[in-house]
Design a protein around this ligand. Structure first.
Ligand SMILES: *[C@@H]1O[C@H](CO)[C@@H](O)[C@H](O)[C@H]1NC(C)=O
Ligand SMILES: *[C@@H]1O[C@H](CO)[C@@H](O)[C@H](O)[C@H]1NC(C)=O
Ligand SMILES: *[C@@H]1O[C@H](CO)[C@@H](O)[C@H](O)[C@H]1NC(C)=O
Ligand SMILES: *[C@@H]1O[C@H](CO)[C@@H](O)[C@H](O)[C@H]1NC(C)=O
Ligand SMILES: *[C@@H]1O[C@H](CO)[C@@H](O)[C@H](O)[C@H]1NC(C)=O
Length: 807
């Protein structure tokens, strides 16, 4: 391991919340709710002393007491005092009390703490990273050596091999988190469960507990009992672990994007049988702590149902926390969400967040269903272990349902819908309900005695085949199976249409009206691993899409990264399905979603930060964005698994990440705190609110700043008239001296760049250019058009997508 004298340690916080769907918790306090009182940045600046922090907390109590009437009441109501970087507190309040606090001087905003839903072996090779290969981003980035990655998620399974510390030097001196390791010692036989790899672990449960009741005392630790946090943390920074597999597939060496990084777990997501959530009050404290502890990049997996996040940064706890991270030089990486393929679903639209969508890699776990009528369906599977030459009776779930179950529920094989007498010993066909998790379907199939399951995507799930650790042998696919013959077929029900192509969610309803016959049989081939599949990447159909509803002038997502069938470390504290009825325990698991893509980008950002310790979060983000590709491994434009059509910038942003190019981007579009503050001015926020975000607490909005001019690595003009519009950008040279020429194209419109050539003579030299866009009068109104702007010196290619819409 090389000397680390000159390394400024990378600070990476990984904030990840599950993007699955969970149940809503019931409030414990009927009328009091958890509110966040936000006061902006602290006047004590970025390096608070303990005296500063105590003074800040005391002022929070004073403010709260002044409304509640006494210090005792304030003590009782206070949940957290955010006293390090984020200024504010969380307290249990009546609505009326919250309203009164909002009127106090210096209070920027008061809002309800929102509930967030918690939403690899092969993927790194696919991104071009090989362990011993020379000149890869891994080698050049020293495997992210001594960077600090913090995961704000469901905690960590500390004994996992991905987190062993053999060969690691002392903990980087910039780590300010001390040796706080809030993990139970019971399972670790009394020894400290943190080490030189997993350098810290904390839990944040006060907001969850105030809302949902206490967590069991033995569970009040940072131990991961849900698997998600262990998986994501190891994807970002897990060490090399050979022999990783789930069932028999995916054999290989598991590792993270920055495999030599130091890791910290901040647990903010909690689960119980009826509740599973992460609360903003806990998240904000975890981010405040992580910034203080000395991390540099935040992986913010903010999901939640649509409508949970706020359009207003001052009432969105996660956007605010991310803002403070950015202003302390910490990059926030976050998932786009799993609400695709519908337009306008992308989450985390703020420009200071790095927003990541999901795509496939070139590895499939496959199995073929062969039906007795000759039909073959190729699907995905981790789990087929039926004898390959034996044919089993095939039954549609709707034919095998209990009399009391509805067809709507039975088609998804929901709990309590299948009839043992009909399904036992057969292969049952179910529709996939959730975009991400469908192990519950196989639990019901297993319960009813089925030996296998054919799991079909709904239309919106397109051709993205998710492989999971199912309870019975399962093949996931996107084809309607052949229809079992029904004796005495009655007339089709009124209004029904016959199934066409590969999907018709109503076909079960149609078939269910007739009595089943056991005449159709099916064979399942053993699951096998196929590497080098083409085309890849393909957009995952569930990856949330632009346009960015929160901030239309910022293209989101920013990039895509592997998020389908990602194999990584898992917690032994839960089953691969996370269902209580499932008693299996796996060291590794295959998971799905944009939650899996964002740690890939955190890992890459870790490499960049090790290599370029002085770069700002925006420079790292720009490097990853401008070197992303819009082509797949057949050199054709990336496709969308939803409709097999070509994907566009609303699906993949700048494109699919290419770490080997990102480490040497040539030029970057840089941004700092003042640029974002000017952007907020141009967004119409008043100067006083904006000043609250600034360390110095006064910021003058100048009228000259426009939204278009934020120095973002993509260009988006959603309200073009017919007059030409000028956009300004500034490039910073981070490569050798050279001359870059520009090419720009935009369907159906004129685009000119002035000047069209830029010569850089030294490192960090800045040059400004203008892009003039004029929509053609024949362009259809309100329809988005896509194009690109590319600067090249013959070696580097610095690409920005252009997206316009005529109003
Ligand atoms: C993976 O490894 C397991 C056990 O080591 C072995 O049984 C299996 O055949 C391997 N699978 C593949 C696809 O190589
Ligand atoms: C139907 O009845 C069975 C008991 O016969 C029960 O276990 C199951 O939960 C019921 N299903 C539904 C959907 O109500
Ligand atoms: C990063 O955030 C994503 C969601 O945005 C999450 O899924 C992932 O787990 C996080 N990464 C890490 C390393 O925690
Ligand atoms: C605060 O003000 C000082 C002096 O005016 C200036 O040097 C410094 O850069 C400012 N800090 C920030 C974060 O704006
Ligand atoms: C840039 O354009 C100039 C003038 O046309 C040309 O001489 C030069 O070779 C170009 N450079 C690159 C890298 O394409």
């Amino acid at each position: 391991m090389g000397s680390s004298n000159n390394i400024q340690y990378l600070r990476i916080i990984v904030l990840s919340f599950f993007l699955f769907i969970f149940l809503l918790p019931e409030a414990v306090h009927a009328s009091k709710k958890c509110y966040i009182v936000y006061l902006g940045a602290h006047s004590h600046g970025p390096r608070p002393t303990s005296f500063d922090m105590e003074a800040a907390t005391s002022s929070h109590y004073d403010l709260l007491s002044s409304v509640l009437g006494s210090h005792e009441k304030a003590e009782k109501a206070m949940i957290y005092s955010y006293n390090k970087h984020i200024n504010g507190f969380a307290a249990m309040l009546e609505e009326e009390e919250a309203t009164q606090i909002a009127k106090k001087q210096n209070v920027v905003s008061v809002f309800l703490s929102k509930e967030r839903k918690p939403q690899t072996t092969r993927s790194w090779e696919f991104l071009g990273l090989r362990r011993n290969a020379k000149n890869t981003a891994w080698q050049k980035g020293r495997y992210g050596e001594n960077t600090i990655i913090a995961n704000i998620d469901t905690g960590v399974w500390p004994e996992h091999k991905s987190f062993q510390d053999r060969g690691y030097g002392p903990i980087p001196s910039k780590w300010r988190g001390g040796n706080v390791c809030q993990l139970d010692r019971v399972r670790g036989s009394g020894k400290n469960l943190c080490n030189r790899k997993l350098i810290g672990a904390r839990f944040f449960s006060k907001n969850f507990e105030a809302t949902n009741g206490m967590v069991k005392s033995e569970e009040r630790t940072a131990r991961d009992l849900q698997g998600h946090g262990t998986h994501t943390l190891s994807t970002a920074g897990g060490d090399f672990v050979p022999g990783a597999h789930v069932f028999a597939v995916g054999n290989g060496t598991a590792k993270g994007g920055s495999p030599k990084a130091r890791l910290v777990a901040y647990k903010v997501c909690w689960s119980r049988t009826d509740v599973n959530s992460c609360h903003e009050g806990d998240i904000i404290d975890a981010v405040d702590q992580a910034i203080y502890d000395g991390v540099d990049i935040i992986n913010l997996s903010v999901g939640g149902r649509r409508g949970v996040t706020s359009n207003d940064i001052f009432t969105d706890g996660v956007a605010l926390a991310a803002f403070h991270a950015m202003s302390n030089n910490v990059l926030c990486v976050a998932s786009a969400g799993n609400d695709g393929p519908y337009p306008g679903t992308v989450a985390n639209g703020a420009p200071w967040i790095f927003t990541i969508g999901a795509s496939t890699i070139d590895r499939d776990f496959t199995s073929t269903l062969t039906f007795s009528d000759g039909t073959k369906i190729l699907g995905g599977s981790l789990s087929v272990k039926l004898p390959p030459d034996e044919a089993f009776d095939f039954i549609l779930a709707t034919d095998g349902k209990l009399a009391n179950a509805t067809i709507e529920d039975a088609q998804f094989c929901k709990p309590g819908t299948l009839d043992k007498a009909k399904v036992k010993g057969k292969v049952v066909h179910c529709l996939k309900e959730d975009n991400i998790k469908s192990v519950a379907e196989s639990l019901e199939a297993n319960y009813a005695g089925a030996l296998g399951m054919s799991l079909e995507n709904q239309k919106k799930q397109g051709k993205t085949v998710n492989d999971e650790a199912h309870m019975v042998s399962t093949v996931t696919h996107y084809h309607s199976p052949p229809k079992p013959k029904h004796d005495a077929t009655p007339n089709p029900p009124k209004g029904s249409i016959l199934p066409n192509e590969w999907q018709n969610p109503n076909y079960d309803v149609l078939l269910a009206t007739a009595p089943p016959s056991p005449s159709l049989k099916v064979m399942m081939s053993p699951a096998k691993t196929v590497i080098g599949t083409k085309p890849a990447p393909v957009m995952a159909s569930y990856s949330s899409r632009g346009p960015n509803k929160i901030q239309p002038s910022i293209l989101k997502p920013d990039v895509i990264a592997p998020g389908v069938n990602i194999l990584a470390a898992y917690s032994l504290g839960t089953s691969p399905s996370t269902l209580l009825q499932d008693t299996r325990r796996f060291e590794f698991n295959v998971l799905q979603g944009t939650s899996m893509s964002s740690p890939h980008v955190s890992g890459i950002a870790g490499l960049l930060k090790t290599l370029h310790p002085t770069w700002s979060p925006a420079a790292i983000k720009s490097a990853i964005m401008t070197t992303a590709t819009t082509r797949d491994n057949t050199n054709k434009p990336i496709q969308d698994a939803f409709d097999n059509d070509l994907a566009n910038s609303f699906d993949y942003g700048s494109g699919h990440v290419q770490p080997d190019l990102a480490i040497e981007p040539g030029l970057v579009y840089d941004l700092h705190l003042n640029d974002y503050l000017n952007f907020l001015c141009a967004s119409g926020y008043n100067q006083q609110l904006i000043s609250s975000l600034n360390f110095n607490r006064t910021f003058i909005c100048k009228g000259s700043h426009r939204l278009n001019d934020l120095n973002y690595p993509s260009i988006t003009l959603p309200h073009l008239g017919l007059d030409p519009v000028t956009v300004s950008r500034t490039l910073t040279n981070v490569g050798p001296p050279g001359t870059y020429n520009v090419t720009a194209k935009l369907d159906g419109s004129k685009v000119a760049v002035v000047p069209n050539s830029l010569t850089f003579t030294k490192l960090y030299e800045k040059k400004t250019f203008k892009v003039i866009v004029q929509a053609s009068s024949v362009l259809r109104r309100y329809k988005y058009q896509f194009g690109e702007l590319v600067w090249s010196d013959g070696k580097h290619r610095v690409r920005s997508p252009i997206t316009i819409r005529r109003r």
